[in-house]
Design a protein around this ligand. Sequence first.
Ligand code: MN
Length: 134
Amino acid sequence: MSATIMHVEDNPSNQMLIRDLLHFRGYRVVEVMDGGEALAAAERERPDIILMDVQLPGLSGLEAARQIKERDDLRHIPIVAVTSFALSGDEKKAFAVGCSAYITKPYNSRDLVKLIEALLPPPHTNGQDSATRP
Ligand code: MN
């Protein structure tokens, strides 16, 4: 089964760009446009990774990430913060709320895909292998 990626982004053209890129790679994409809906969507969809735009109307992406990381059943999900400015300090804030990585706009799609692949949980190979895992 292919991995599910939740994309929290308020800009429709960015959303479309990522959707096309990830669909092409075979990922399932769940889209959320509002930081306030991110927690409920994560709970419902159980994504393998979350791409979180930092600048969202209403609840910021960092606040939404913090809410998700406060949940015992959701905090294992890696969150990639998508920041707009390299010097804004959002990177430090992103790590402080528990994000696993960040990527700064404008980024190239190759870097984003590499980052996603690095953060995805390893695929189950066979029963023997998974029996040795804790
Ligand atoms: Mn935005």
